[in-house]
Design a protein around this ligand. Sequence first.
Ligand SMILES: C[S@@+](CC[C@H](N)C(=O)[O-])C[C@H]1O[C@@H](n2cnc3c(N)ncnc32)[C@H](O)[C@@H]1O
Length: 267
Amino acid sequence: MKWAGGKSQLLAQYDRWFPRRYGAYFEPFVGGAAVFFHLLPDPARHRVRLSDLNQDLIEVYRTLQTDLEGLIRRLAEHAGQHSEEHFYRVRSWIPEDLESVDRAARTIYLNKTCYNGLYRVNSSGQFNVPFGRYKNPPILAEPRLRAAACALEGVELAVEGFESVLETAQKGDLVYFDPPYQPLSVTSSFTAYTRWSFGEAEQARLAEVFRELASRRVKVLLSNSDSPLVHELYQGFPIHLVRANRFINSKADSRQAIREVLVCSFR
Ligand SMILES: C[S@@+](CC[C@H](N)C(=O)[O-])C[C@H]1O[C@@H](n2cnc3c(N)ncnc32)[C@H](O)[C@@H]1O
Protein backbone atom coordinates (compact mmCIF):
# COMPACT_ATOMS: atom_id res chain seq x y z
CA MET A 1 0.00 0.00 0.00
CA LYS A 2 1.08 3.57 -0.57
CA TRP A 3 0.78 5.27 2.79
CA ALA A 4 1.30 8.88 3.82
CA GLY A 5 4.39 8.94 5.97
CA GLY A 6 5.51 5.56 4.59
CA LYS A 7 8.94 4.69 5.83
CA SER A 8 10.46 2.71 2.95
CA GLN A 9 12.90 5.46 1.95
CA LEU A 10 14.18 5.80 5.53
CA LEU A 11 14.93 2.15 6.26
CA ALA A 12 18.60 2.39 5.31
CA GLN A 13 19.08 5.26 7.76
CA TYR A 14 17.10 3.47 10.48
CA ASP A 15 19.00 0.21 10.23
CA ARG A 16 21.85 1.23 12.50
CA TRP A 17 19.47 2.15 15.33
CA PHE A 18 17.22 -0.89 15.27
CA PRO A 19 18.33 -3.53 17.79
CA ARG A 20 19.46 -6.91 16.40
CA ARG A 21 17.91 -8.88 19.24
CA TYR A 22 14.54 -8.45 20.86
CA GLY A 23 11.59 -10.46 22.14
CA ALA A 24 8.08 -9.65 20.95
CA TYR A 25 7.55 -7.00 18.26
CA PHE A 26 4.80 -4.36 18.42
CA GLU A 27 3.95 -1.77 15.78
CA PRO A 28 0.93 0.26 16.97
CA PHE A 29 0.73 2.79 14.08
CA VAL A 30 1.37 0.23 11.39
CA GLY A 31 0.09 2.08 8.27
CA GLY A 32 1.77 0.63 5.18
CA ALA A 33 3.96 -1.52 7.46
CA ALA A 34 7.23 -0.66 5.71
CA VAL A 35 9.23 -1.27 8.90
CA PHE A 36 7.55 -4.60 9.67
CA PHE A 37 8.14 -5.86 6.11
CA HIS A 38 11.77 -4.79 6.40
CA LEU A 39 12.53 -6.30 9.81
CA LEU A 40 10.38 -9.41 9.29
CA PRO A 41 10.24 -10.45 12.95
CA ASP A 42 9.44 -14.17 13.17
CA PRO A 43 6.04 -14.93 14.76
CA ALA A 44 7.08 -18.55 15.20
CA ARG A 45 9.67 -17.43 17.78
CA HIS A 46 8.08 -14.39 19.41
CA ARG A 47 4.78 -12.64 19.46
CA VAL A 48 4.30 -10.07 16.66
CA ARG A 49 1.40 -7.61 16.90
CA LEU A 50 0.53 -4.97 14.31
CA SER A 51 -2.25 -2.49 14.97
CA ASP A 52 -3.76 0.76 13.77
CA LEU A 53 -6.99 2.70 14.28
CA ASN A 54 -7.74 2.39 10.57
CA GLN A 55 -10.08 -0.56 10.19
CA ASP A 56 -10.00 -0.61 6.37
CA LEU A 57 -6.25 -1.05 6.54
CA ILE A 58 -6.24 -3.80 9.16
CA GLU A 59 -8.91 -5.60 7.14
CA VAL A 60 -6.46 -5.73 4.21
CA TYR A 61 -3.82 -7.48 6.34
CA ARG A 62 -6.42 -9.82 7.83
CA THR A 63 -7.69 -10.79 4.40
CA LEU A 64 -4.14 -11.53 3.26
CA GLN A 65 -4.06 -14.04 6.10
CA THR A 66 -7.48 -15.58 5.55
CA ASP A 67 -8.49 -15.29 1.89
CA LEU A 68 -5.54 -14.45 -0.34
CA GLU A 69 -6.99 -16.21 -3.40
CA GLY A 70 -10.36 -14.44 -3.03
CA LEU A 71 -8.57 -11.11 -2.72
CA ILE A 72 -6.53 -11.76 -5.86
CA ARG A 73 -9.71 -12.66 -7.78
CA ARG A 74 -11.49 -9.47 -6.66
CA LEU A 75 -8.50 -7.31 -7.58
CA ALA A 76 -8.31 -8.94 -11.02
CA GLU A 77 -11.98 -7.96 -11.50
CA HIS A 78 -11.30 -4.37 -10.47
CA ALA A 79 -8.28 -4.24 -12.80
CA GLY A 80 -10.48 -5.46 -15.68
CA GLN A 81 -13.12 -2.81 -15.03
CA HIS A 82 -10.82 0.07 -14.10
CA SER A 83 -12.04 3.50 -15.26
CA GLU A 84 -12.90 6.79 -13.65
CA GLU A 85 -16.53 5.73 -13.45
CA HIS A 86 -15.66 2.41 -11.81
CA PHE A 87 -13.43 4.24 -9.30
CA TYR A 88 -16.24 6.52 -8.15
CA ARG A 89 -18.68 3.62 -7.97
CA VAL A 90 -16.32 1.60 -5.78
CA ARG A 91 -15.55 4.67 -3.68
CA SER A 92 -19.26 5.12 -2.93
CA TRP A 93 -19.62 1.61 -1.48
CA ILE A 94 -20.01 1.64 2.32
CA PRO A 95 -17.09 -0.45 3.69
CA GLU A 96 -19.06 -1.67 6.72
CA ASP A 97 -21.70 -3.21 4.42
CA LEU A 98 -19.17 -5.31 2.52
CA GLU A 99 -17.78 -8.76 3.19
CA SER A 100 -14.19 -8.62 4.44
CA VAL A 101 -12.66 -9.72 1.16
CA ASP A 102 -14.64 -7.13 -0.83
CA ARG A 103 -13.76 -4.46 1.69
CA ALA A 104 -10.06 -5.30 1.48
CA ALA A 105 -10.12 -5.35 -2.34
CA ARG A 106 -11.89 -1.97 -2.34
CA THR A 107 -9.23 -0.47 -0.06
CA ILE A 108 -6.35 -1.74 -2.21
CA TYR A 109 -8.06 -0.73 -5.47
CA LEU A 110 -8.71 2.82 -4.20
CA ASN A 111 -5.21 3.06 -2.76
CA LYS A 112 -3.61 2.17 -6.10
CA THR A 113 -5.83 4.37 -8.25
CA CYS A 114 -6.66 7.46 -6.18
CA TYR A 115 -4.81 10.75 -6.33
CA ASN A 116 -1.34 10.35 -4.80
CA GLY A 117 -2.26 7.14 -2.97
CA LEU A 118 -3.58 9.17 -0.07
CA TYR A 119 -5.96 7.81 2.52
CA ARG A 120 -8.24 10.58 3.64
CA VAL A 121 -11.75 10.47 5.03
CA ASN A 122 -14.40 13.08 5.73
CA SER A 123 -15.88 13.66 9.18
CA SER A 124 -18.26 10.73 8.81
CA GLY A 125 -15.42 8.41 7.89
CA GLN A 126 -16.14 8.13 4.14
CA PHE A 127 -13.06 7.92 1.88
CA ASN A 128 -12.96 11.11 -0.21
CA VAL A 129 -9.75 11.20 -2.27
CA PRO A 130 -10.41 11.88 -6.00
CA PHE A 131 -9.47 9.74 -8.99
CA GLY A 132 -5.73 9.76 -9.85
CA ARG A 133 -4.96 9.79 -13.57
CA TYR A 134 -2.41 6.98 -13.78
CA LYS A 135 -1.71 5.18 -17.08
CA ASN A 136 -1.11 1.76 -15.61
CA PRO A 137 -1.79 1.59 -11.87
CA PRO A 138 -0.56 -1.69 -10.27
CA ILE A 139 -4.01 -2.78 -9.07
CA LEU A 140 -3.09 -6.46 -8.92
CA ALA A 141 0.55 -7.01 -7.88
CA GLU A 142 0.22 -10.73 -7.30
CA PRO A 143 3.81 -11.63 -6.30
CA ARG A 144 3.84 -8.81 -3.77
CA LEU A 145 0.50 -9.89 -2.32
CA ARG A 146 1.74 -13.45 -1.98
CA ALA A 147 4.96 -12.30 -0.30
CA ALA A 148 3.01 -10.05 2.08
CA ALA A 149 0.62 -12.89 2.96
CA CYS A 150 3.60 -15.10 3.74
CA ALA A 151 5.18 -12.46 5.99
CA LEU A 152 1.88 -11.98 7.85
CA GLU A 153 1.38 -15.65 8.71
CA GLY A 154 1.00 -15.98 12.48
CA VAL A 155 1.01 -12.21 13.06
CA GLU A 156 -1.59 -10.73 15.46
CA LEU A 157 -3.63 -7.87 14.00
CA ALA A 158 -5.83 -5.43 15.85
CA VAL A 159 -7.84 -2.25 15.36
CA GLU A 160 -6.90 -0.35 18.49
CA GLY A 161 -5.29 2.82 19.81
CA PHE A 162 -1.57 2.94 20.52
CA GLU A 163 -2.04 2.80 24.33
CA SER A 164 -2.97 -0.88 24.14
CA VAL A 165 0.69 -1.76 23.83
CA LEU A 166 1.03 -1.00 27.55
CA GLU A 167 -1.06 -4.05 28.35
CA THR A 168 1.48 -6.53 27.06
CA ALA A 169 4.94 -5.18 26.19
CA GLN A 170 7.65 -6.41 28.54
CA LYS A 171 11.36 -6.02 29.15
CA GLY A 172 13.38 -6.87 26.03
CA ASP A 173 10.47 -6.48 23.59
CA LEU A 174 10.66 -3.99 20.70
CA VAL A 175 8.03 -1.32 20.05
CA TYR A 176 8.21 0.92 16.98
CA PHE A 177 5.95 4.00 17.05
CA ASP A 178 5.28 5.94 13.87
CA PRO A 179 2.50 8.36 14.81
CA PRO A 180 1.01 11.06 12.59
CA TYR A 181 3.71 13.70 12.79
CA GLN A 182 3.62 16.83 14.87
CA PRO A 183 3.27 19.49 12.10
CA LEU A 184 6.20 21.85 11.53
CA SER A 185 3.76 24.56 10.48
CA VAL A 186 -0.01 24.94 10.43
CA THR A 187 -0.26 24.38 6.66
CA SER A 188 1.92 21.27 6.64
CA SER A 189 -0.39 19.27 8.85
CA PHE A 190 -1.67 16.02 7.44
CA THR A 191 -3.53 14.07 10.08
CA ALA A 192 -6.61 12.72 8.29
CA TYR A 193 -5.64 9.03 8.25
CA THR A 194 -8.77 8.31 10.22
CA ARG A 195 -11.62 10.45 11.41
CA TRP A 196 -9.76 10.96 14.70
CA SER A 197 -7.24 13.75 14.78
CA PHE A 198 -3.83 13.54 16.37
CA GLY A 199 -2.98 16.81 18.07
CA GLU A 200 -0.62 17.99 20.82
CA ALA A 201 -2.60 16.20 23.53
CA GLU A 202 -2.15 12.86 21.72
CA GLN A 203 1.56 13.58 21.17
CA ALA A 204 1.92 14.22 24.91
CA ARG A 205 0.00 11.04 25.79
CA LEU A 206 2.20 9.07 23.41
CA ALA A 207 5.33 10.47 25.10
CA GLU A 208 3.95 9.24 28.46
CA VAL A 209 3.42 5.78 27.01
CA PHE A 210 6.98 5.89 25.61
CA ARG A 211 8.37 6.79 29.04
CA GLU A 212 6.38 4.08 30.77
CA LEU A 213 7.66 1.45 28.33
CA ALA A 214 11.22 2.75 28.64
CA SER A 215 11.00 2.42 32.43
CA ARG A 216 10.05 -1.25 31.93
CA ARG A 217 13.21 -1.64 29.79
CA VAL A 218 11.19 -2.24 26.63
CA LYS A 219 13.24 -1.17 23.56
CA VAL A 220 11.24 1.67 22.03
CA LEU A 221 11.85 3.60 18.81
CA LEU A 222 9.72 6.50 17.63
CA SER A 223 9.67 8.53 14.40
CA ASN A 224 8.44 12.11 14.33
CA SER A 225 9.14 15.52 12.86
CA ASP A 226 12.16 17.52 13.99
CA SER A 227 9.92 19.96 15.87
CA PRO A 228 10.40 21.82 19.17
CA LEU A 229 7.50 19.94 20.80
CA VAL A 230 9.04 16.57 19.96
CA HIS A 231 12.42 17.60 21.43
CA GLU A 232 10.67 18.83 24.54
CA LEU A 233 8.54 15.70 24.99
CA TYR A 234 11.48 13.30 24.60
CA GLN A 235 14.08 15.25 26.53
CA GLY A 236 16.65 12.93 28.08
CA PHE A 237 16.42 10.24 25.37
CA PRO A 238 18.82 9.94 22.40
CA ILE A 239 17.25 11.75 19.42
CA HIS A 240 18.82 10.91 16.04
CA LEU A 241 18.31 13.13 13.00
CA VAL A 242 17.34 11.53 9.68
CA ARG A 243 16.76 13.07 6.24
CA ALA A 244 13.57 12.47 4.31
CA ASN A 245 12.08 13.59 1.00
CA ARG A 246 8.50 14.48 1.71
CA PHE A 247 5.90 15.84 -0.67
CA ILE A 248 2.60 14.70 0.69
CA ASN A 249 0.53 17.81 1.14
CA SER A 250 1.04 19.87 -1.99
CA LYS A 251 2.36 19.72 -5.54
CA ALA A 252 5.07 17.22 -6.36
CA ASP A 253 7.44 20.05 -7.30
CA SER A 254 7.53 21.26 -3.73
CA ARG A 255 9.16 17.98 -2.69
CA GLN A 256 12.20 18.71 -0.56
CA ALA A 257 14.57 17.11 1.93
CA ILE A 258 13.41 17.72 5.45
CA ARG A 259 14.74 16.57 8.77
CA GLU A 260 12.91 14.07 10.88
CA VAL A 261 13.90 12.37 14.09
CA LEU A 262 14.14 8.85 15.45
CA VAL A 263 13.90 8.78 19.26
CA CYS A 264 15.35 5.74 21.09
CA SER A 265 14.64 4.57 24.60
CA PHE A 266 18.14 3.03 24.82
CA ARG A 267 21.73 3.87 23.89
C1 LIG B 1 2.66 7.92 9.86
S1 LIG B 1 1.39 6.71 9.61
C2 LIG B 1 2.32 5.23 9.72
C3 LIG B 1 3.13 4.98 8.47
C4 LIG B 1 3.80 3.60 8.45
N1 LIG B 1 4.90 3.53 9.36
C5 LIG B 1 4.27 3.26 7.04
O1 LIG B 1 5.45 2.96 6.81
O2 LIG B 1 3.42 3.28 6.11
C6 LIG B 1 0.42 6.82 11.07
C7 LIG B 1 -0.67 5.76 11.26
O3 LIG B 1 -1.23 5.90 12.56
C8 LIG B 1 -2.62 5.59 12.56
N2 LIG B 1 -3.23 6.23 13.75
C9 LIG B 1 -3.64 7.52 13.92
N3 LIG B 1 -4.01 7.74 15.20
C10 LIG B 1 -3.83 6.57 15.87
C11 LIG B 1 -4.01 6.16 17.23
N4 LIG B 1 -4.47 6.99 18.17
N5 LIG B 1 -3.69 4.88 17.57
C12 LIG B 1 -3.22 4.00 16.64
N6 LIG B 1 -3.03 4.35 15.32
C13 LIG B 1 -3.33 5.60 14.95
C14 LIG B 1 -3.10 6.09 11.21
O4 LIG B 1 -4.25 5.39 10.80
C15 LIG B 1 -1.86 5.83 10.30
O5 LIG B 1 -1.97 4.61 9.63
